[in-house]
Design a protein around this ligand. Structure first.
Ligand code: PDD
Length: 287
């Protein structure tokens, strides 16, 4: 059964992965001209789907592409795709590109967008990563100035993640002009003097759905949260540093650039918020 090709969604049809084909002229392929979302699914239940669909609309508005579906239609397609997978915990990935057209930078007129969706087993952190924390490296953020849009043009992020991988780390934490931005595929939160400090959701970071969830869960755990720019020196001297993303949930950083960080162990504030996260996500599983 596991040998069967996964079922994916392309432009209105559910098809086996090998049959899903798009034109080489697709603007996603030619220009990286599109946006995407990745929704975590626990026990076949999407987590914070309305938030992801709201962010999708924001990204589409940001690149001037009409939303091809209503939220109800998106939800129906996503639930249908989820039901077609043989595993319960999933990461549903979907992207919309500006469609296939003769290569010209200007937007084409009257061209239907390409809508693609697939679902993979959700790769949440291992128990060891949760218990021991993970390693990151740091770098200057050299991406464009619209990091708030979830676009498929991810070369800057790809290069940053590769840098981490080559140094045996899970993420590259980035700084721009001396301030913390985010990591290559996650947001970064720090804890200073018992308070969680988060960089503002401006154009330099992706407004993470998990970032918002962590902030809400912190309130539930009675941990104060402050939103303000975080100078690099403060971030690197923080009591705790966490990564958040749809696949990482909340994950403590315990090594930075090869040196133990924050005592080399996940801190007490991390533990509190992680506990609430595990209770609040659908069909909680104990790690
Ligand atoms: N990445 N910042 C960046 C640059 C990201 O790519 C992501 C998510 C996040 C966290 O956002 P969220 O909490 O909504 O997942 C922050 C996804 C998981 C990815 O590209 O695979």
């Amino acid at each position: 059964m596991n040998d069967a090709a996964p079922i994916v969604y392309l432009n209105g049809s559910f098809v086996p992965l090998p049959d899903a084909k798009v034109s080489v002229l697709d603007r996603g392929f030619i220009f990286g001209d599109g946006v995407y979302e990745l929704v975590p699914v626990y026990g076949r239940e999407p987590f914070r789907l309305p938030h992801h669909l709201a962010r999708l609309q924001r990204s589409l508005d940001g690149i001037g592409l009409a939303n091809p579906h209503s939220n109800a239609q998106w939800e129906a397609i996503i639930r249908d795709l989820i039901a077609r997978q043989p595993f319960a915990d999933q990461g549903v990935y979907f992207q919309i590109t500006r469609g296939a057209a003769k290569r010209d930078h200007t937007f084409p007129q009257g061209v239907p967008p390409t809508v693609f969706m697939m679902s993979n087993p959700l790769a949440t952190p291992t128990r060891e990563q949760v218990e021991r924390g993970v390693a990151v490296v740091t770098a200057e953020d050299n991406r464009w100035h619209r990091c708030d849009l979830k676009t498929i043009s991810l070369l800057g992020n790809v290069l940053m993640r590769q840098l981490a991988a080559e140094r045996g780390a899970v993420e590259t934490v980035m700084f721009r002009d001396g301030f913390l931005t985010e990591a290559s595929a996650s947001n970064v939160l720090v804890v200073i003097g018992g308070e969680i400090v988060v960089p503002p959701k401006d154009n330099l970071i992706l407004p993470g759905i998990t970032y918002d969830a962590a902030v809400e869960f912190a309130a539930e755990a009675r941990v104060p949260v402050v939103t303000r720019p975080v100078p690099k020196a403060e971030a690197l001297a923080a009591d705790e540093m966490w990564l958040t993303s749809s696949t990482k949930e909340v994950l403590a950083v315990t090594t930075v650039d090869g040196t133990p960080f924050a005592g080399g162990r996940p801190g007490p504030v991390f533990r509190k918020v992680w506990d609430v996260f595990q209770k609040r996500k659908p069909h909680a599983v104990t790690a």
